[in-house]
Design a protein around this ligand. Structure first.
Ligand SMILES: [Zn+2]
Length: 325
């Protein structure tokens, strides 16, 4: 399909994950019009990984009938990447992509395509997407979270994205909520992610005797919906940890709203009810009891939409605060 120039600039958005690379054309309305996904190569060669990403970008441009040669039409490339990253250096070192360590993705994309490249963490991209076009629209102080295979987050403060010193602000999944909790993949102890992620939730259920389905978080959610006691306890434990962590974040940052997306959050009341109970127990000060915790509304494209916003609405979402470069 060809994208017309009548609607203003569009962006090429990229979502870099350990399982998939996705590239999409995103319009100023936050619509994804062409999306290409490829499996992340299981390669330790940084250039093999980069070529796979570039191929998906090229295929997306071709399918949309676009090129970067028209700056009136293309605002640039917005990248949401699995963390960690270093915003200042433009490098990334995703835990689950071992072939990229301090890989200079921003410079490589600029060298190849010659357009502005904005880079943020994938959970920050989701927070931006929900703030730009989703459940958090109109709120100036927002924690956006993803609860799926892992637990991630991103912050909008004072109406702007808040990247922190190195671009990693919002890593609530690796804030500890249990000093004697399980060891996390990051090396920490009792991290929220080690308790409330889909992988952790399912592992806890299995270690407590759950044998339903394939033993995944989806199977635990299905069993919990049917009243399985261990499955319900797994969601209560995850909801309690989330409520504690969110209460801490809200108290620290004086937020208006917390929005939660991702596969585990899709379990709905199974997760949100114990979360709300825990939240009201741990958030005691008046200002901290007021914010609402709500489900995300943009679904699986939230990260692509947020990555696009970095170049389509740079005054609000460009992480350096100095506009596209
Ligand atoms: Zn951790």
């Amino acid at each position: 399909m060809a994208v017309s120039s009548g609607t203003g600039q569009v962006a090429l958005a990229v979502d870099i994950g350990g399982t998939k690379f996705a590239a999409a054309i995103v319009t100023p309305d936050g619509e994804t019009v062409v999306t290409k996904r490829v499996s992340t190569p299981q390669s330790l060669d940084a250039d093999v990984l980069f070529e796979a990403l570039a191929s998906s970008i090229d295929a997306t441009l071709q399918a949309a009938g676009l090129s970067f040669t028209d700056p009136q039409l293309m605002a640039g490339i917005g990248v949401g990447t699995a963390a960690p990253l270093d915003l200042n250096a433009g490098t990334l070192s995703p835990v689950n992509i071992p072939g990229w360590r301090l890989f200079p993705l921003r410079d490589r994309l600029i060298a190849r395509y010659g357009v502005p490249v904005g880079m943020i963490g994938d959970a920050v991209a989701v927070a931006i997407g929900e703030h730009w076009k989703g459940a958090a629209r109109g709120n100036d102080n927002v924690l956006g979270m993803v609860v799926s295979t892992g637990v991630g987050g991103g912050l909008i403060l004072g109406g702007r994205v808040m990247p922190g010193a190195t671009g990693n602000a919002g890593h609530i999944g690796h804030a500890s909520v249990d000093p004697v909790g399980p060891v996390c993949v990051c090396g920490g102890i009792g991290c929220l992610e080690a308790i409330a992620s889909g992988l952790s939730l399912a592992a806890w259920a299995r270690s407590n005797g759950f044998t339903g389905g394939d033993g995944s978080a989806v199977a635990v959610a299905d069993a919990a919906a049917r009243g399985d006691e261990v499955a319900l306890a797994a969601f209560r434990r995850a909801g309690d940890a989330l409520g504690m962590a969110i209460a801490g974040a809200v108290t620290l940052l004086d937020l208006d709203l917390v929005v939660i997306g991702g596969g585990v959050a899709a379990a709905g009341a199974l997760l949100f009810e114990p979360l709300a109970t825990a939240y009201s127990r741990y958030a005691a000060l008046g200002f901290a009891t007021a914010p609402r915790v709500v489900p995300a509304t943009l679904g699986a494209d939230a990260g692509l939409i947020g990555a696009a916003a970095v170049v389509l609405a740079p005054d609000t979402y460009w992480p350096g605060g100095d506009g596209p470069r």
